[in-house]
Design a protein around this ligand. Structure first.
Ligand code: IPE
Ligand code: IPE
Ligand code: MG
Length: 252
């Protein structure tokens, strides 16, 4: 235990000493179902255990000085899971808000939620609105929760908005470029992620931030989400430091 502790501290020290902490880390929190199955538990127990990993990651991000943390909590496609699992996830979301609100405020975290919240049940919608309102003053870390989010739907929405503006004569099609397009994304107020972490070993994007991840560094770990700790998070940050980002340019 103490050995593990000191390893975590050492990783954090490396991250802090050497600078170059990514400004924005995005995480695909995957593997809750497998975690539960391995223990002979129902899937929702895996989702519940995943809340500890959310807390660990947020606190780790605060300690490391990350400015933006985006967490993929529920995708557009996840709506098609068995209704019992979807209901359990919605209930857990409310439980998360109730149990974590005070701690988040205490850490100076500001939480914003993006995605199609109109599809959420009324109580879940209310819970996230309350969470956003009560953490509004947070200035240490911005946590962005992707809930009922799908990147293709987001991009289709941008196309729709721009088409409408053209029809209204406010915009000419030839004026549309990447910058104008990005200004209509749900994430328009934040920088693009520098680092994408995915747990549980899957090497795919699963309809997450397709536009925004254009030049993100990818870090996949086999650790299942409920087992993910701040030590694992610092490990990803240390690995990020070794990357050489090029953005399509020639190395100088
Ligand atoms: C991630 O864990 C949580 C959500 C997608 C809501 P999964 O539920 O996808 O877990 P696995 O991939 O089946 O192990
Ligand atoms: C991605 O995980 C969505 C979230 C983590 C919320 P999934 O488990 O839904 O993705 P696939 O099905 O493995 O691609
Ligand atoms: Mg999964």
């Amino acid at each position: 235990m103490s050995g593990e502790k000191s390893g975590v501290t050492a990783a954090l020290e490396t991250v802090l000493q050497e600078g170059e902490v990514p400004a924005h880390v995005a995480v695909i929190m995957d593997g809750n179902g497998r975690w539960a199955r391995r223990r002979g538990l129902p899937r929702w127990e895996g989702h519940r255990a995943g809340m500890t990993a959310v807390r660990e990651t947020i606190e780790g991000a605060v300690e490391a000085g990350v400015a933006h943390l985006t967490l993929y909590a529920f995708s557009d496609e996840n709506w098609f899971r068995p209704s019992m699992e979807v209901e359990a996830l919605m209930t857990l979301l409310q439980e998360y808000v109730r149990s974590q609100r005070e701690a988040l405020v205490g850490h100076g975290v500001r939480v914003t939620v993006f995605g199609d919240r109109l599809r959420l049940p009324e109580e879940a919608r209310q819970a996230i609105s309350e969470l956003e309102a009560s953490t509004e003053g947070g200035t240490v870390l911005e946590v962005h929760l992707a809930i009922s989010y799908g990147s293709r739907a987001e991009l289709a929405g941008v196309a729709r908005t721009l088409a409408q503006r053209c029809l209204e004569g406010e915009l000419a099609p030839e004026e549309i470029d990447a910058e104008l397009f990005a200004a209509e994304l749900l994430t328009r107020d934040w920088p693009d992620p520098d680092l994408l972490v995915r747990t549980s070993g899957e090497q795919r994007i699963s309809n997450f931030l397709l536009w925004q991840l254009a030049y993100a560094e990818l870090f996949v770990t086999d650790v299942l989400w409920p087992d993910f700790t701040r030590g694992h998070f610092f490990g990803a940050l240390v690995d990020y430091r070794r990357r050489e980002r090029r953005f399509g340019l020639v190395k100088t």
